[in-house]
Design a protein around this ligand. Structure first.
Ligand code: FE2
Ligand code: FE2
Length: 185
């Protein structure tokens, strides 16, 4: 659970800048979900409304993030780096586990047994996954000479598309399967 604060500083402008490069965009996503995790941890035990909203927002953000990585980033990284240098299969498996936990929230409601525990395990899994991406995958990919700005535009466009789909669906991923997982949206 140790937090590398140096990761915080280099993404400050990414959310405001729609054409940030791929790595900046994804790191900004990471910081955003970490904020939601922190807020959930700080929410009072009885503040079920806050917990429900935070869980919903985290699930939505993670779903969109996972889709754009799986559709765009991972294939590009695999192509640029080759299988011997970086293996994205572990990342795919971790995404699968996160998505499995996200799907639990379609029936699990705040205050019910297992809600907090499921959120905690999900957030721990995501924090670990994010650390691996930022410590291994992203630096290697950055060195590969891939066009990170073009890729950032692609990620941004797909993200906007998925977000408007969520908005159309009333942005209620929890209890709503309008947006499918694993890049099938
Ligand atoms: Fe990921
Ligand atoms: Fe990521």
């Amino acid at each position: 659970m140790a937090k590398d604060t140096s990761k915080q500083s280099d993404t400050g402008s990414a959310t405001a800048n729609p054409v940030s490069n791929a790595i900046e965009l994804l790191k900004a996503d990471h910081r955003a979900v970490e904020k939601l995790f922190d807020a959930f941890e700080k929410a009072g035990n009885d503040d079920l409304a806050a917990k429900g909203t935070l869980a919903q927002r985290a699930c939505e953000a993670l779903t969109v993030h996972a889709i754009i990585e799986e559709e765009i980033l991972y294939p590009a990284a695999q192509k640029a780096l080759g299988k011997d240098k970086i293996d994205v299969e572990e990342a795919f498996v971790e995404h699968f586990l996160v998505k499995t936990l996200i799907s639990k929230f379609t029936t699990l409601k705040p205050g019910e047994q297992g809600f907090d525990a499921t959120f905690k395990v999900m957030s721990e899994l995501v924090r670990h996954h994010v650390e691996e991406e930022e410590d291994e995958l992203f630096p290697e990919f950055q060195k590969s000479g891939a066009d990170l700005l073009a890729l950032g535009k692609q990620l941004h466009a797909r993200k906007e598309q998925l977000q408007s789909k969520l908005e159309e669906a009333g942005s209620k991923l929890v209890g709503d399967n309008t947006i499918a997982f694993a890049g099938s949206a």
